[in-house]
Write a protein that binds this ligand. Sequence first.
Ligand code: NAD
Length: 504
Amino acid sequence: MGSKELDLKAEIRELLMALGVNAAEGPLRVHSPISGEEVASVAVHDAETVEATVGAAHAAFLLWRDVPAPRRGELVRLLGEELRAHKTALGRLVSIEVGKSVSEGLGEVQEMIDICDFAVGLSRQLYGLTIATERPDHRMMETWHPLGVTGIISAFNFPVAVWAWNAALALVCGNAIVWKPSEKAPISALAVQALLNRVLVQSGAPDGLAGLVIGGREVGEALVDDPRVPLVSATGSTEMGRKVGQRLAGRFGRAILELGGNNAAIVTPSADLDLALHGVAFAAMGTAGQRCTTLRRLFVHETIYDGFVARLKSVYASVSVGNPLVESNLVGPLIDGRALESMRHALETAAASGGVVTGGERVEIGGWPDAAYVRPAMVEMASQDGPVLQETFAPILYVMRYTHLADAIALNNAVSQGLSSSIFTTNMREAERFLSGRGSDCGIANVNIGTSGAEIGGAFGGEKETGGGRESGSDSWKAYMRRATNTINYGATLPLAQGVTFDV
Ligand code: NAD
């Protein structure tokens, strides 16, 4: 499919119409990475609009926190239904706006539906504890209360799912939300907001409960600095998280930070090598290496290294790169020319330090000179240093050999990021050691699965420079609420804790 057959601009117009989006045009130019061409332009918001949006959200919060949680869950259930009804159109829009395969675009919307389902159940399970008290005729418990306006800042690569992880939980927890999507993916955000607006009206939710502000860093900063926003959940680069985290700390605001990863896998001699090959290929090349959980470092045992790496190279050579809207293409474009430049720079630096590079060339697709398609790259390195220690948001897999598992685990942990990790093994001792307290130091540690492709039931996030936040499943909801410890005396005397006396 070439440029003649594909009119992305017209398709976006049609999709927006189908999704009920009526957005004003403006100075923010949106390019589809599929062709590199401008496909839309949207209005941006200024600091005053952010202030007004947060103000409206705060007013809505004061009403929303009084709505019983299971009834708040009903709003999220309706959102899930709306997403089900528009899955195809929204998934397609995501694919066009950020260059994902059709299957991954749909998968992203499915993830939104899944978290809505999860949050609906959660709306009846916001449990606190009853705790043993040392005082007679007393009861101690903890209760969880709505927190306030939750700011959501999202990255380009999961332009809608990350919002849903936060929004669905925040809403059932009794919070209002204000979303600042990536300036590289405002259209998908406008579409999601249009779907949400319909269910907000349908369910009679307070006006202003869920706001959307479009723009770049300045708009994000205005949200981060607003004292009426007690919690900001920010997803993006470590560089962004360091700034946002410090600004929030300055006003004692809470942060959920979901930042860069530099994820590794270990392939041991006992591994099922066919399975490992599949796992490594999807994790390293899927989404053109633009997932926070993308596999970037691979440690292969020396006894299987040559055979396994030769097989991996032939997979790399045969994988089809091209227009992600064509089903047979497994690797789509990079988001833009800057991403291409950083990939090129990382490969040059790795080669200069002795790395042996396979792939990584730019590929011309569809007569689109402004699109940034590349063959995924593998780089065999003698040791882990230089660009291997950094996250380059592109499909580069650094491959190294190891002799002892303890060394491979130490290398897994010897980077500043701590998001995702895997081991491919059929040896129970190796698997358990990798998962133990002296194993992987990451927020996600898998066995016989690649580093990417988490499901929503578990808590998602990572350690160290990945930011420490947890989102999505398990008890991540607690970050969106405030905890109160309550002690109730139902006796007629006032015994003090720790045996303290104070007789008046
Ligand atoms: P980015 O850091 O450039 O931008 C992310 C968001 O932060 C955007 O909305 C941007 O406008 C905003 N922003 C940037 N600087 C800001 C500031 N000073 N104050 C407030 N807001 C600011 O990231 P990107 O290029 O969109 O996404 C790629 C990065 O995101 C990668 O590093 C990837 O690993 C990371 N990521 C992490 C996760 C995770 O869950 N850990 C998920 C997806 C992406």
